[in-house]
Write a protein that binds this ligand. Sequence first.
Ligand code: G3H
Length: 261
Amino acid sequence: MVLWIGTSWKMTKTQAEAIAFASRLRIAAAAGGWPGVQPFVVPPATAISVVRDALGPDSPIVVGAQNAHWEDAGAWTGEVSVPQVADAGATLVEIGHSERREHFSETDRTVNWKVRAVLRHGLTALVCVGEPAEVRAAGGAREHVLSQVAAALDGMPGGSRVLLAYEPVWAIGEKGRKPAIDEIAEVTQALDAEYGAVLTALLYGGSVSTANARDLLHTPGVTGLFVGRSAWDVNGYLHLLRIAADVAQEAGEVAAATAPR
Ligand SMILES: O=C[C@H](O)COP(=O)(O)O
């Protein structure tokens, strides 16, 4: 099992700041990296190509885009397409983050169109889902999230590379509430049962920090973390990667000790 540990920088970092971050990552990766962990970074579109370059050729670190349009090209002012972010160096595209659903009118339907575009071009789709606070309070979290995923993955070809990030809206950002493990497990267990066999990884996101990362990585069904604020400083991200590498190593040792001889 590989643990995917990624950070979206959202609308932060200049190119110089992005290069400085990526350069530190490159050095850490060359010094041994993080066995059992797949790191990924999702810069703003303006920094994808400089991050790709700063990480160097054959880097083990995946670079993503925070969004891409469902059309390949055309009169869509202000948008970028999947071929364009791929040209800049992205091999993964984040789709349907709650901030885009809330502020940029993304719907289950447009999320599905974008997933199809990303997979059509052979990139990895990182699909974000999560329930708002009022849905959680009314007891509908699991149904809400399962419905979002069903819509997003409708028509997905077999063998596609899809990561799912479960990010409850009430847990994200500065006003987010730190989640209890039980609250997350209720949803991640259901997602794992329904989609575990076809997903590359099931991530948790929302108020992840070095204090709760280990527990979150032990939540049923969770095979990675998607991090905002705690990983915007490279030292925070490197700390999270080390925690994940420890968890991966422990899991490997348990598996070896319990394997039939
Ligand atoms: O993309 C990441 C998520 O929105 C989580 O953000 P956060 O870690 O700052 O709460």
